[in-house]
Design a protein around this ligand. Sequence first.
Ligand code: MIC
Ligand code: SF4
Length: 643
Amino acid sequence: MGYNIAQKIIKSHLVSGQMKPGEDVAIKIDQTLTQDSTGTMAYLQFEAIGIPRVKTEISVAYIDHNTLQAGFENADDHKYIQTVAKKYGVHFSRPGNGICHQVHLERFGKPGKTLLGSDSHTPTGGGLGMLAIGAGGLDVAVAMGGGAYHLAMPKVRKVNLVGKLSPWVSAKDVILEVLRQLTVKGGVGYIMEYAGEGVKSLTVPERATITNMGAELGATTSVFPSDEVTREFLKAQGREEDWIELSADSDAVYDDEITIDLSSLVPLVAKPHMPDNVDTVENVGSIKVDQVFIGSCTNSSYRDMETVAKMLKGKTVHPDVSLVIGPGSKQVLNMLARSGALADMIDAGARILESACGPCIGMGQAPKTDAVSLRTNNRNFEGRSGTASAKVYIVSPETAAASAISGVLTDPRTWGEPKAAKEPEKFIVNDNMIDPPAENGDSVEVVRGPNIKPFPVNVPLAEDIKAQALIKVGDNITTDHIMPSNAKLLPFRSNIPYLSEFCFAPCDPHFPSRAKEKNGGFIIGGSNYGQGSSREHAALVPLYLGIKAVIAKSFARIHMANLINSGILPLTFANEDDYDKVDIDDVLVLENIREKVEKSQPIVLLNKTKNKEIPLELTLSARQRKLILAGGLLNYTKMQSEE
Ligand code: MIC
Ligand code: SF4
């Protein structure tokens, strides 16, 4: 029996475990990436582990999220990351060099390699045929130290692409169609592997748009074959030697399969406030638009930006629209500048931003009250734009540009002649904004600003837990609900005590004070709890507030791993209906929980207030049980190195 691409890469990196879906496998990590909003924590944890030099083939620290610098905090974090990177053997991509995923695709990604990144959109690298996975900062820190990455062996779903995209329909519409079919939970437990004739017609940046937004499916990652198109891309980046061919065996077996006919797709839009709330642009109709943002790690490649510039050339942005454009990298911005495309954008009235995440994570450009904002990014969660009442619609760059000119949501097919840009034969390559690490880091002094506070470390799991339910939330709660991120909060990613004041702010602003007053307790969640980002702050902050366990209908992958890494129990209701048997303030008891976790015995929650027994499940690998018992990955890693 042959292998698919995902299995081939896992097999060639397998350190332990069997490649059977659901089993714990450990894989060797070739490359890591961090960004600044998760990176400070990742490097603090790397320092706490105490390994003198990273052991990966390459590790890169990017500065791309916290670039607004309204106070000293961001700049202090940048300096900390720059110096810690230099000392421990990590390349440093300076602020302004671009969004981690775009730059990594351009300059470092290699087909067949594994990449672990402290950002949920790390699967962007799958566009190049990498096995690129998003994880919490602590997992990345361990991987930098040479430790294997543990995950439940995913199933592999084949996405068979047939036909060819029609003019004005682009990669964003492909992934929106996948999201429409499968929903934000549809990828949980899966790797999405793209195959079929249609693959050839997609360039690497287009493939990367699709794998990037596989994160919104909840998938472990997404991967494309590495073929002649991949070779051409790497050659144009001056790195043809990094190319290898990678395809599924002809008799490869998949756990599941869907087919997408590219020729039947039309421009699509994800309506507020979920990426799977998908409809056609035509159906949604000409709603009035206040803001358009073209950028983010999903759609900020040279191809996307040139296409937009061609559409804007000679036109003027509608008077009621603010058009904001953030090219994904210095390379893209430089090429736009030299081709004249940047001048066409400026001339049309676009507001040009530096190459960074920017508005995608609410770092500036918050729209007006009740605004309709069209964005090419990947997430439209409520409040993420920085304006609580704004309605964010996710669209392709083509739909975004057409709408910016007309002032209403516009189907780009009404524009006539197609304008899609071609991939260049040669990209402008200048890595002068990527600082290599010191040959010998001993003499490098790590600079720590006053905003860097110690992070919480758990204690070993208690014998019994008795505490109250502090909050009860519904389905699809995102990490943006648990630990919001915006221009005001992102500067405090290395300051857990400060962040804790805002935990669950969009759901219940009194949660932090209640948690402190009651000395911690339980969180009750619905299904797909913790979807979205990789930020381990959504676990570290609850840990700081004394959360002992989250009891939910189901969990999103990265967040569940982050809870375990923090030593917080991720329990699920054995019967989903039992969710109704717990209310806020109920006193809950987990008797002999330590022994039960240790011996994998059935767990029953006693709701003392309602006098009800509720069966729970704890689906953990043997290793994860040890992490929970030890009080998290850091304690466990230290215990192991002491043995
Ligand atoms: C996001 O898109 O939500 C982020 C900001 O990039 C996060 C990481 C973070 O919270 O710092 C992610 O996707 O993992
Ligand atoms: Fe940055 Fe947005 Fe991409 Fe997250 S999704 S890495 S905030 S551009």
